[in-house]
Design a protein around this ligand. Structure first.
Ligand code: HEM
Ligand code: HEM
Length: 248
């Protein structure tokens, strides 16, 4: 087995462990963090179902961003919707065509996924230009903001070149990834663009639990969005204050 195959197999095992353990750890931390006050942004839904609807609109439509900054909303939607379609299209590298309806959906998405890559690329470039050119966003931009956008640009560009110019051996690639699940290692194709693409993806997985990409699980735990406005009907007592409350 070639050195490249062994190195990438090891890299993806490490990346998978860091990504899943790191993410699980953060989600448990978010879920158990005290919410000492009722602080939903007003006007807020009055019931828990209403609050669930609000979080759903936030995830699907980026509702609060739309209210605050229309240009940033357009850039963010271009990038995220493009990314979503691209990732759905990628399911064919890991699934076998025996998954019934799921497989049919993956097949249906293929042509859209390929062109969604350009929406993703345009979104990333616009987000980067915004951070560099506009004075106010530039003032609050950290190196990690720029590096993350460059990493995603590296993934998008290497992917697009593979799809539209220098193709890779998808069958061999799939065999390599499926073999990682069963520890029966197969050779990874060694074309340059694929190695760049996969290296950037592994780095993305490793930085995910330590970066602002935690906005993905974080949006579901944001008290200003996920709490409902029922302070008049139900007294809200934080866990740490419950014993004091009972003594009174
Ligand atoms: C539940 C899914 C997701 C939601 C609801 C979501 C929502 C958002 C929103 C509202 C922004 C704000 C734009 C801004 O203020 O700069 C944002 C920024 C960003 N998101 Fe997501 N996102 C999701 C998933 C992802 C994923 C999977 C990735 C990448 C792997 C990602 C990468 C980014 C990046 C890099 C930015 C910063 C753009 C910048 O530099 O301005 N997001 N996201
Ligand atoms: C281990 C995971 C991944 C593997 C094995 C993989 C593999 C590939 C391959 C082989 C292509 C070329 C497709 C073709 O020739 O038709 C491609 C394209 C692409 N990849 Fe990935 N990729 C992975 C993860 C990702 C991630 C996480 C992103 C986004 C953050 C991404 C973004 C893209 C884009 C934008 C394209 C071009 C459009 C397309 O064909 O869908 N990839 N990827």
């Amino acid at each position: 087995m070639s050195f490249v195959t062994i190195a990438y197999a090891a890299l993806f095992y490490v990346a998978t462990v860091v990504f899943s353990v790191g993410l699980l750890n953060k989600v448990l931390q978010f879920a158990s963090a005290p919410a000492p006050l009722k602080i939903p942004t007003m006007p807020a839904p009055l019931t828990r179902i209403g609050a669930a609807g609000r979080v759903t609109r936030e995830v699907v439509l980026f509702e609060s961003l739309f209210r605050s900054d229309k240009w940033l909303w357009i850039f963010a939607v271009l990038f995220h919707m493009g990314l979503l379609l691209v990732l759905l299209r990628h399911a064919r590298y890991f699934l076998s065509p025996v998954w019934g309806v799921v497989w049919d959906a993956v097949v249906l998405i293929q042509p859209f996924g390929a062109y969604a890559a350009f929406a993703m690329l345009a979104g990333l470039l616009l987000l980067l230009v915004r951070r560099v050119v506009l004075a106010r966003p530039r003032y609050i931009t950290n190196p990690s903001d720029i590096l993350l956008l460059i990493l995603l640009l590296g993934i998008a560009l290497s992917g697009i070149f593979m799809t539209f110019t220098v193709h890779t051996d998808i069958i061999a690639l799939k065999q390599f990834f499926v073999s990682l699940f069963t520890f029966s290692f197969q050779e990874l194709p060694t074309d340059f663009l694929l190695l760049v693409h996969l290296f950037c993806v592994a780095v993305l997985m490793i930085v995910f639990p330590f970066s602002k990409l935690l906005h993905v699980p974080g949006v579901f735990f944001s008290p200003t969005r996920a709490q409902c406005d029922n302070a008049r009907e139900k007294r809200h007592v934080a866990a740490w204050a419950a014993s004091m409350d009972a003594e009174r």
